[in-house]
Design a protein around this ligand. Structure first.
Ligand code: HOZ
Length: 428
């Protein structure tokens, strides 16, 4: 039987490459056809055929308060009355930047942009300019947006589609990017011993979300920061996913590390397009117009986006917000692991705070190689079984699932009974 999603996909395929405007949404990682959604409310999404799902995508992370959060909607409506864009300074930018710096006082200066990709590409340019060096270090399976220098052994959609090195990235540029296995401090130290004098920076997802969730091994981030600093390179912490999600001060607060530069997206825009980069004053003073490193954007600091971000950060500053998020997340991930155990299915559930991923794997998943060894066919079967039961998970093994403050007991219980049914359906 054809439903509205089938009809819309047929139209979308005649308009967009692969029928979508961002690759992972096309369900290439799990098969079948994407679901088209009509609305979101709290922890739930409703599709164009009226089916309701508990949502663990949360727009890929920004919606930490849930869909259509009243405080965010009210803030957007308030800003909207004053116009949609100025392309000029306004107080809303200052209010959001002050809220960001209150949570992360180590950010001396901040620049707002419109996406995480813009933030990482600007941070890289800045690091190269600051150090007068060209080479950069990233980690196999980490994804830092669709920017040329970082589309090398990248995770997320490129890994999902089996294209970790994208055609179109000039070989000469890709040659400047070194990749190292995540959690391998010895390989980092070895690379810096050989190339340290030419390396501008290392960029890392402090808790990886883009090959599924992978926590850093104890001491790994500290060793990376130390190797960077000993070589005079910058340590860039990419908090696009983790910023304001793992703690108010992001992964850096939670893990006790500090980047020279930090990149943001997702939560700081409260569901509207915002990214940012920031860090030490002596580095940020190179950014135009204070300095010569060019970066610009017509919609940077957009008033609606600033208002949405500020409302989100205010809600997260309420005492107990992160404890509630932690409790709900532990129940979801712990409950899914228990349901797998009861069904005799071997899985690994990686979770850090409100980010989690289910891997069909016997052994611990600690880096891209172990993530790639997980059984993706089983993941796809489980994804579809959960979808049938009314739970929308990220449609790729190489993405994080996100819990929001709107995931209340009813949403969690629905998820866990869906998981029970899904494990029974896919069998051992
Ligand atoms: N690559 C994004 C998450 N890691 C997904 C973006 C999207 O499809 O919206």
């Amino acid at each position: 039987m054809t439903d509205r999603s089938d009809e819309l996909l047929a139209r979308a395929l005649s308009l967009f490459p692969g029928g979508v405007n961002s690759p992972v949404r096309a369900f290439g990682g799990v098969g079948g056809r994407p679901v088209f959604f009509a609305r979101g409310e709290g922890a739930f999404l409703t599709d164009v055929d009226g089916r309701r799902y508990v949502d663990y995508v949360g727009s890929w992370g920004p919606l930490i308060l849930g869909h259509a959060a009243p405080a965010v909607n009210a803030a957007i409506a308030g800003a909207l009355a004053g116009g949609t864009s100025f392309g000029a300074p306004h107080e809303g930018e200052i209010a959001l930047a002050e809220a960001v710096r209150a949570a992360m006082p180590w950010l001396d200066r901040i620049r707002f942009v419109s996406s995480g990709t813009e933030a990482t590409s600007a941070a890289l340019r800045l690091a190269r300019a600051f150090t007068s060096r060209d080479e950069v270090v990233k980690f196999d399976g980490c994804y830092h947006g669709a920017t040329d220098s970082l589309l090398v052994r990248a995770g997320s959609g490129v890994e999902t589609l089996g294209l970790p090195d994208s055609p179109g990235v000039p070989a000469a540029l890709a040659a400047l990017t070194h990749t190292v296995p995540f959690n391998d401090a010895e390989r980092v130290q070895d690379l810096f011993r050989r190339r340290g004098g030419a390396i501008a920076c290392a960029i890392v997802e402090p808790v990886v979300g883009n090959m599924g969730v992978i926590p850093p091994a104890p001491g790994f981030l500290e060793a990376l920061a130390e190797a960077c600093h000993a070589a005079g390179a910058l340590f860039i912490v990419d908090e696009v996913m983790t910023g304001f999600r793992l703690a108010r001060g992001g992964a850096q607060e939670r893990l006790g590390v500090r980047g020279d530069l930090t990149t943001f997206g997702k939560v700081i825009g409260g569901g509207l397009p915002v990214g940012a980069f920031g860090g030490r004053a002596e580095i940020m003073k190179l950014v135009a117009p204070a300095g010569p490193v060019y970066q610009a954007g017509t919609l940077s600091g957009n008033p609606l986006a600033m208002a949405a971000g500020k409302a989100t950060l205010d809600a997260l500053a309420v005492p107990g917000a992160y404890d509630r998020l932690e409790r709900a997340s532990a129940r979801v991930a712990g409950g899914i692991a228990a349901a797998a155990r009861d069904a005799g299915v071997a899985v690994r559930v990686n979770r850090v705070g409100s980010m989690w991923t289910l891997f069909f794997a016997e052994d611990a998943v600690t880096d891209a190689s172990s993530a790639r060894r997980a059984d993706r066919a089983r993941f796809a079967a489980f994804f579809h079984a959960m979808l049938d039961e009314g739970v929308y998970l990220p449609p790729s093994q190489f993405e994080a699932a996100f819990v929001s403050l709107a995931h209340d007991d009813a949403a969690v219980e629905k998820t866990l009974s869906a998981a029970k049914a899904a494990f029974a359906k896919i069998g051992r």
